[in-house]
Design a protein around this ligand. Structure first.
Ligand code: ZN
Length: 178
């Protein structure tokens, strides 16, 4: 779902997400259960900041089904979060330095073909809201609320292939030019 900055001109545009939008289908497919059986809803306001900059603010509500890390039974995992992101002109890409990346408080994206891709922002927001290990604890915290399996041992939360799942693991396999 891309929104053209030309349509915004100097004003803002509010998008109400109903949950049945076609561009949400790829997100739904990344979760277990029937795609679209749990609808993502929310409101997004897109503002043009001029000079090719834009910002978006909003909130999302979504309750995906995620597999329990212990038993793989589906768990309803309610997510409710605010959305905040900035868009820069794509010609700034060339000047972005490592220092910029560390210092920035917001999630930054790039305007491409004078368009902002709110679909990507939403997917990122949902994916980063999910913990890597999911077990819905019972009230005493000792067992999985869904399957009742004992989760009092530490190993439950330790991923078997932790190293492989690290976002930096892939860097080890890169052949960087000298
Ligand atoms: Zn379980």
């Amino acid at each position: 779902m891309k929104v053209s900055l030309e349509d915004l001109q100097a004003s803002s545009k509010t998008i109400e997400i109903q949950g049945d939008e076609e561009w949400l289908q790829p997100l739904y497919k990344s979760f277990v259960g029937k795609p679209g059986s749990q609808l993502l809803t929310g409101t997004i306001e897109i503002k043009s900041e001029g000079y090719g900059y834009a910002s978006i603010e909003g909130e999302l509500n979504y309750t995906p089904l995620v597999p329990c890390s212990r038993c793989a039974d589906p768990i309803s995992w309610p997510l409710s979060r605010k959305l905040e992101a900035r868009f820069k002109p794509s010609d700034e890409m060339a000047t972005a330095s490592e220092v910029d990346l560390i210092a920035e408080d917001f999630d930054y994206y790039y305007v491409e073909d004078n368009q902002v891709d709110i679909q990507q922002v939403i997917i990122d927001a949902i994916m980063t809201s999910l913990p890597s290990q999911l077990v819905q604890r019972s009230d005493d915290g000792k067992s999985c609320r869904v399957c009742g399996k004992d989760i009092s041992a530490d190993e439950v939360y330790r991923s078997k292939s932790k190293e492989d799942e690290s976002p930096f693991a892939i860097l080890k396999n890169l052949n960087l030019p000298n």
